[in-house]
Design a protein around this ligand. Structure first.
Ligand SMILES: *[C@@H]1O[C@H](CO)[C@@H](O)[C@H](O)[C@H]1NC(C)=O
Ligand SMILES: *[C@@H]1O[C@H](CO)[C@@H](O)[C@H](O)[C@H]1NC(C)=O
Ligand SMILES: *[C@@H]1O[C@H](CO)[C@@H](O)[C@H](O)[C@H]1NC(C)=O
Ligand SMILES: *[C@@H]1O[C@H](CO)[C@@H](O)[C@H](O)[C@H]1NC(C)=O
Ligand SMILES: *[C@@H]1O[C@H](CO)[C@@H](O)[C@H](O)[C@H]1NC(C)=O
Ligand SMILES: *[C@@H]1O[C@H](CO)[C@@H](O)[C@H](O)[C@H]1NC(C)=O
Length: 645
């Protein structure tokens, strides 16, 4: 009885599935017919080329001749371009490959919502907005501590807010409206103002914001390790053109200077603003009156008010509390009444601290969701402006610098001149006219990262003889190689088609950036495919003899060489997807934690200040900075709460 029930259960969705499939196939067939033969009411395929309804021909570039169109590009530069495209707008990749050297044109589609916490009025100049309200809220409503924790402190030592960690700079932040650098008087006032409320303004794009530049890498880090180079060099070139000698070296927040110059310079060109990443993505809007409307204005209660707590007791000497010269509470001088008050304040304080951890958790979780990409911003790669292949840059994305003695100022000037050119078009950017190179990269990394890692791990394992391991590894690549290795074709031709398949542009290549990106993709994919085909060719004799029961004496050597070739490939590729992961799944309430530069769930991460590390980072002497550890950890609400205490 029971087993029949079980087998019925198994069968019925199967039957349903095949019915759904058949209906699906019929619908598809009809749609194909409709698209192909229905001339009376043609469906216009919008390729974006003047709406003529005709797809442009891709015929000049085909599977046999495409290599004739590839422009010269050295492998290190090809890999750097590939990673720039693949990493763009992804939280985790941007933090791992933290120094960006490119300016990528972007569009924020009409209808997109953007958030700004802080003062209640619409900014009359440039200001920061966040793509996620959790980001704005965490920055805009930093909690104050109460109870014993508040003695000698104005606010929670908690993470997430600027000023919270070593090197944290009060007020130095982004989607927080409260942007001016607070004087000590202001800070004191804020300290006392426990019931401070903040406003959350929500803006909506009333048109496509189609003149936006995205700065790749960890571009909102408060660092001097290169994350801000693209902004700084743009600002420097403008400063020089204007004869403005402001020295930002000692500025508390040079980003304000950069933003003000870039927006001013971009005004005649229609520049809408620029995008950066901190913990989640943010944008500088140059002019709030052009392309945005305010759709909501919420007054955010402090957590004390939200919970309905009485006003906090201010634990100061002036109020009669026994506080020593070291600023600490003298416990044995507390009166009975003070002890009772403190007990309550401590309980309230600890809940407020937990709520603050909840806000940090929310913000971190929103940021981690962007590991897959901030898809609300769209990239138009046709007009990418990059330092790559313009000058020598360190091949490691954490070691390269655009502002360095090795990079002549003429390169900076050329980059800014190119930005001016691409921003000068009346039409603005249009991601639909560009090949979605990031999607092409996604297909490539999704296919080959697991394949390479599986082959590598299988060959390197201790299980079985070398020949047996080769046999097992072949299960991961044979299907792939077989698909391309036509019996009648040369080896080279088979590989060429594999490259063509994985690196084909979707729209014709027109601009220099198109050719740069495509050439990089062809080179990178060629390198991968050469390696996989070589692995197949090299291991084949081992497998063959294993099947025939013949032991080959140099199998171990053969395997070592294959392992070295895969290692070399992986170190050339430098794909985040190949090297960084959490060992286990982190569950619905947790996330695989990639530290961010600046605020983090565990405090402030300063890439270039040794000793300021929180979790998940390692110091790299070569570059004199922290880099992200490949072995990532899961984080959840409890890890964040426990870290606060
Ligand atoms: C590819 O284009 C070349 C012209 O560049 C043409 O001679 C050739 O026939 C085309 N090959 C295919 C397979 O279409
Ligand atoms: C938002 O609301 C606050 C409180 O009602 C008000 O003072 C402020 O002017 C409003 N801001 C805007 C831009 O409407
Ligand atoms: C800017 O200030 C720093 C530190 O005060 C100084 O070392 C540097 O030479 C100055 N740069 C210029 C261009 O004046
Ligand atoms: C990249 O291109 C530049 C300019 O063509 C060249 O100087 C450099 O050697 C190339 N390779 C790397 C890794 O930067
Ligand atoms: C492949 O080669 C074989 C033998 O040379 C030949 O008989 C066959 O027609 C070829 N097939 C194709 C598709 O060219
Ligand atoms: C890379 O730079 C070299 C030297 O300037 C140039 O000849 C080549 O066309 C560039 N490659 C691409 C793909 O733009």
């Amino acid at each position: 009885m029971e087993s029949r029930f079980v087998s019925n259960l198994k069968k019925s969705p199967h039957g349903l599935l095949s019915k759904v499939l058949i209906v699906g196939i019929l619908v598809n067939a009809w749609y194909f017919y409709y698209l192909t033969f229905n001339t009376s009411n043609p469906i216009r395929v919008n390729w974006g080329f003047g709406g003529s309804g005709k797809a442009p021909s891709l015929s000049e570039l085909n599977a046999s001749n495409f290599r004739d169109y590839v422009r010269p590009l050295e492998m290190g530069n090809s890999s750097a371009i590939f990673n720039t495209v693949n990493d763009a707008l992804k939280q985790r990749n941007s933090d791992i490959h933290s120094v960006g050297v490119s300016f990528i044109p972007a569009v924020i589609p009409q209808g997109t919502l953007l958030y700004h916490a802080g003062v209640a009025e619409i900014p009359d100049g440039f200001e920061w907005v966040a793509f996620d309200y959790e980001f704005s809220l965490n920055f805009g409503t930093r909690g104050r501590s109460r109870g014993r924790n508040s003695v000698g402190r104005g606010r929670f030592p908690g993470p997430g807010g600027p000023g919270s960690g070593p090197g944290g700079k009060p007020g130095a932040d982004s989607p927080d409206g409260d942007k001016k650098e607070p004087s000590s008087g202001e800070q004191k006032e804020q300290k006392q103002n426990f019931e401070r409320r903040t406003s959350m303004l929500t803006f909506q794009a009333t048109r496509d914001l189609n003149k936006v530049i995205y700065f790749d890498g960890g571009s909102a880090a408060k660092s001097s390790s290169g994350e801000l180079d693209t902004q700084q060099l743009w600002s420097n070139v403008i400063g020089k053109q204007l004869g403005d000698n402001t020295n930002e070296t000692d500025m508390h927040m040079p980003e304000r200077l950069y933003a003000s110059r870039i927006c001013e310079w971009g005004k005649p060109l229609g520049l809408d603003g620029f995008i950066r990443v901190e913990m989640a993505f943010e944008m500088v809007i140059c002019d709030f009156s052009n392309g945005l409307e305010l759709v909501s204005n919420t007054t955010i209660l402090s957590n004390d008010d939200f919970v309905g707590l009485p006003a906090p007791v201010s634990l100061t000497k002036e109020n009669g509390w026994p506080i020593g010269d070291d600023g600490k509470l003298i416990e044995d001088q507390l009166t009975e009444e003070q002890k009772q008050i403190l007990e309550k304040e401590d309980i309230y304080g600890s809940y407020l601290s937990e709520l603050s951890a909840g806000s940090v958790y929310d913000h971190s979780k929103a940021a981690q969701f962007r590991d897959e990409g901030e898809r609300r911003a769209r990239l138009d790669f046709r007009y990418m402006v990059t330092g790559i292949n313009r000058t020598w840059l360190h091949p490691d994305p954490n070691g390269r610098r655009l502002i360095s003695d090795a990079v002549p100022e003429t390169v900076h000037e050329e980059l800014v001149a190119d930005l001016k050119t691409v921003l000068s078009s009346d039409a603005g950017f249009d991601h639909q006219l560009s090949t979605d190179w990031q999607n092409v990269a996604r297909e490539i990394t999704a296919k080959f990262s697991p394949m390479l890692l599986s082959i590598y791990d299988t060959l390197r394992s201790n299980e079985g003889t070398a020949q047996e391991r080769a046999r097992k590894a072949s299960l991961y690549y044979t299907n792939f190689v077989r698909r391309f290795q036509d019996t009648n074709q040369s080896f080279k031709k088979s590989k060429d088609f594999a490259v063509y398949q994985y690196a084909t542009p979707m729209v014709p290549l027109r601009t220099d950036a198109d050719f740069l990106i495509w050439s990089a993709f062809v080179n990178v994919v060629s390198e991968v495919i050469d390696t996989v085909f070589d692995v197949s060719e090299t291991l084949n004799p081992l497998i063959k003899s294993q099947l025939d029961g013949v032991e080959l004496s140099d199998s171990d050597n053969v395997i070592s060489n294959v392992l070295i070739s895969i290692e070399n490939l992986m170190s050339t590729l430098k794909w985040v997807e190949l090297n960084y992961r959490c060992a286990e799944s982190c569950g619905y309430d947790g996330f695989c934690y990639t530290p961010s530069w600046g605020p983090s769930p565990f405090g402030w991460n300063n890439p270039d200040v040794q000793g300021s590390s929180t979790i998940g980072l390692k110091w790299k002497d070569d570059f004199n900075r922290y880099v992200i550890d490949e072995n990532q950890q899961c984080v959840n609400l409890n890890t964040i709460i426990n870290n606060k205490h």
